[in-house]
Write a protein that binds this ligand. Structure first.
Ligand SMILES: NC(=O)c1ccc[n+]([C@@H]2O[C@H](COP(=O)([O-])OP(=O)(O)OC[C@H]3O[C@@H](n4cnc5c(N)ncnc54)[C@H](O)[C@@H]3O)[C@@H](O)[C@H]2O)c1
Length: 432
């Protein structure tokens, strides 16, 4: 099938490449010329394990093309996926849909034959209706149909998640479009993915409800971790004890820093905004947002306690600064609150991240990126493990840190407290 992905970011690029790998002809379009130029040279603009090889393979085979020309790409394709960003509007809870609407407008002006237009971006309920309205201004209704097909992939596991999804959600009342999309996804359905066919509005809500629920699970265990710290209980034991109950499930039940990334924060806010507009109070989700907003403050309080309230001139190392491991995505990472705060209090921060230096910290005088774990840690008074990259798991801190005495604040509980104790390292985990 001939597909066009509008927006070649984490979702558009990964799903476009995977569709191409399934044998479809895919054009990935982006208005960012620099991104497209890089992709044409097989330089991948994001960090995503396995993406490099898959792009090269499918680009070479001619199934995958990159373009900045939306008009030509739309005209050549039958199925158009809108995969543009839907961030939160500044100082609001509402989703900013300007990228979706402007993509819809551009498509509507350039339709030359029947198209299935799919919202893969995460969009509030009734955005499909609004996109339909925009399209109708320039195109006859018989020339297009608008479908919702939310994406559930996780950065860091995106290819695996796309190829082996738990479910594929298709929101449409158009039978022909439904049949065609079922065929498009057939290779994944035959591997066990559940195909859920529903109304467009339900599909839109399923995505937000899923993310809000996962954010709630994380926040729930984060709050329990606070209690565990007071009661000298290991939260890991509680997670296992709870998570083995199939009704609960162990995933997204690991205590750590505030959840971040490009989805949970904005999607919890957007679903609350949708509910507010319908005069319904989603009080659980509101509380989750509030609790998560306070999470970094709680962890920073612990940092202060570990350093006996003396932050000034302390050497603090962050291992991993992205919102989680296996991605280069800094959007709403808890580090964006913690590092500036500690820097303001006079700490000297060094950080290492496997995905390299981050532009977000360049303006800070006493925040330095180091190319190796050793360089980042050797002068440390306190090492903060912020993400759980595999390469952090077996570090011999005693060997690389020159100071006689130092502390470790393991925000992901990747180290064994017993082993740390044996090595005489002052060790602090989360909820234990
Ligand atoms: N990142 C994730 O893990 C993830 C997972 C599931 C769903 N989503 C949702 O998918 C959507 C996209 O997220 P993302 O992380 O891929 O965003 P992103 O910011 O990485 O990529 C969006 C891309 O769209 C491009 N773009 C914007 N308007 C355009 C236009 N008119 N024409 C061509 N290109 C245009 C931008 O230049 C950018 O490269 C969001 O709604 C997000 O919530 C994201």
């Amino acid at each position: 099938m001939k597909l066009c992905m509008i927006g070649t970011g984490y979702v558009g690029l990964v799903s476009g490449v995977c569709f191409a790998d399934l044998g479809n002809e895919v054009i990935c379009v982006d208005k960012d010329k620099n991104k497209i130029d890089k992709l044409k040279k097989s330089i991948i603009p994001i960090y995503e394990p396995g993406l490099d090889e898959l792009v090269k393979k499918n680009y070479k085979a001619g199934r995958l093309k990159f373009s900045t020309n939306l008009v030509e790409s739309v005209q050549k394709s039958k199925i158009i996926f809108i995969c543009v960003g839907t961030p939160t509007l500044r100082n609001k809870y509402e989703a900013d849909l300007s990228q979706v609407f402007s993509a819809a407008k551009e498509i509507s002006k350039n339709i030359n034959s029947f198209k299935i237009i799919i919202n893969k971006s995460t969009v509030p309920v009734m955005t499909g209706d609004l996109v339909e309205k925009i399209m109708s201004k320039n195109v006859k209704k018989s020339l297009f149909t608008i479908v919702s097909n939310p994406e559930f992939l996780r950065e860091g596991d995106a290819i695996r998640d796309f190829i082996y999804p738990d479910r594929i959600v298709i929101g449409t009342s158009d039978r022909k479009a439904n049949k065609l999309l079922r065929n498009l996804y057939l290779p994944l359905i035959s591997k066990g993915a559940k195909y859920i066919s529903t109304s467009r509005r339900a599909a839109e809500l399923i995505k937000y409800a899923s993310n809000a629920f996962l954010a709630t699970k994380i926040t729930f265990i984060n709050e329990l971790a606070n209690l565990c710290e007071k009661l000298k209980i290991n939260v890991e034991d509680v997670s296992i004890g709870m998570g083995t109950d199939k009704r609960i499930g162990g995933r997204f039940l690991r205590a750590g820093p505030a959840y971040g990334g490009s989805c949970f924060p904005k999607d919890t806010r957007a679903i609350v905004d949708t509910a507010n507009k319908s005069k319904v109070s989603l009080s659980v989700i509101k509380t989750v947002i509030n609790s998560n907003d306070n999470r970094s403050g709680i962890l920073l309080k612990r940092v202060k306690k570990i350093l006996n309230n003396k932050i000034k001139n302390k050497n603090i190392t962050f291992l991993g600064v992205t919102f989680k491991a296996n991605t280069d995505d800094m959007r709403e990472s808890a580090c964006l609150k913690m590092i500036p705060y500690l820097n303001k209090k006079g700490a000297k921060i060094r950080y290492y991240d496997p995905t390299g230096e981050k532009k977000e910290f360049i303006k800070f005088k006493n925040v330095q990126y180091k190319n190796t774990i050793k360089d980042a840690c050797e002068l440390s008074d306190l090492v903060i493990v912020h993400t759980e990259w595999n390469e952090f798991k077996l570090i011999d801190l005693k060997k690389i840190i020159k100071k006689k005495s130092f502390s470790v604040y393991d925000m992901r509980n990747i180290y064994s407290p017993e082993k740390m104790k044996k090595q005489n390292i002052k060790y602090f985990g989360v909820g234990r």
